[in-house]
Ligand binder design. Structure first.
Ligand SMILES: NC(=O)C1=CN([C@@H]2O[C@H](COP(=O)(O)OP(=O)(O)OC[C@H]3O[C@@H](n4cnc5c(N)ncnc54)[C@H](O)[C@@H]3O)[C@@H](O)[C@H]2O)C=CC1
Ligand SMILES: CC(=O)C(C)=O
Length: 258
């Protein structure tokens, strides 16, 4: 029997990250689930195990470079290989332009941009140590393709991730490492619910109005589920995307057309 490939997913305790971890397990990967809250990643890891998957939960804050390197090391040691990293963890502060503070900007940069850079560094180092190719997959957003009102800080980090994806794809190609990104639309998760609530509160309107501000231009006329995004990541993690690198794939139900 062939050994299973190993994937690490950050921010895997809920939302899109949890769906990606479950999908990659179904695809035949052993999965390491990384998050700031151990109890949440443990819960998803247990669900995967009870479905006959191989999973471990690892506590790490992706803003902390040492913790990200330690998480990759732990996953590789536990499963005996390391093949894919999904830099999925992120935060999305709602920031009408006049509300932006140095603290909010710094925190979003550290987690969304820093966390992705540390994940790329740690994974690329491990692939090289193991002497084989690998796949790096980063979370951008439709808000990293076009400006979204009230999301200046968040959008800036998601535009940055497309740039980092393209740049590192060129740098790492000679090592057989591909780097791609996924750009979801409006996905029903705790993050998106918080954004919709904040925008609604700011306008003195109900939650549904807040969500509609983001959802009204979706061509397919439905909000996205985390599983929609997991399907896209499954493709990026699998062999069918071997000839793709430096790309940011929109999976948004038809919001942004490039
Ligand atoms: N929900 C949406 O509509 C969209 C989400 N995205 C992106 O997809 C990714 C996942 O988003 P959701 O699942 O919606 O978010 P979420 O907020 O529901 O889940 C994110 C997970 O990341 C974890 N996390 C946050 N900061 C962390 C840190 N410093 N270290 C480790 N873990 C950390 C959280 O604890 C949480 O479990 C994010 O990068 C987000 O920007 C992109 C486009 C749309
Ligand atoms: C949260 C997000 O990435 C949106 C609204 O596109």
């Amino acid at each position: 029997m062939m050994d299973k490939k190993v994937a690490l997913v950050t921010g895997a305790g809920q939302g899109i990250g949890a769906a990606i971890a479950k999908r990659l397990s179904k695809d035949g990967f052993s999965v390491a689930l990384v998050g700031r809250h151990l109890d949440k990643v443990e819960e998803i890891a247990k669900e995967i195990q009870s479905d006959n998957g191989d999973a471990i939960a690892i506590k790490a804050d992706v803003a902390n470079r040492d913790e990200v390197f330690a998480a990759v090391e732990k996953a590789a040691k536990h499963f005996g290989d390391f093949n894919v990293i999904v830099n999925n963890a992120g935060i999305a502060p709602t920031t009408p332009i006049q509300t932006v503070t140095p603290e909010v900007l710094e925190q979003a940069e550290k987690i969304n941009v820093g966390g992705t850079i540390w994940g790329i560094q740690a994974a690329a180092k491990k692939f090289k140590e193991l002497g084989h190719s690998g796949k790096i997959i980063n979370a951008s957003s439709q808000a990293g393709m076009t400006g979204n009102e009230n999301l200046t800080v968040y959008g800036s980090t998601k535009f940055a991730i497309r740039g980092i994806t393209e740049t590192t794809a060129k740098e790492l190609a000679d090592d057989g490492i591909t780097v791609n990104a996924y750009c979801p639309g409006i996905v029903v998760t705790p993050m998106m619910n918080d954004i919709a609530q904040n925008v609604a509160d700011e306008a003195g309107k109900p939650f549904e109005w807040g969500m509609e501000q983001f959802a009204k231009d979706i061509a397919l006329k439905r909000l996205s589920k985390p599983e929609d995004v997991a399907g896209c990541v499954s493709y990026l993690a699998g062999p069918d995307s071997d000839y793709m690198t430096g790309q940011s794939l929109l999976i948004d139900g038809g919001m942004v057309f490039n």
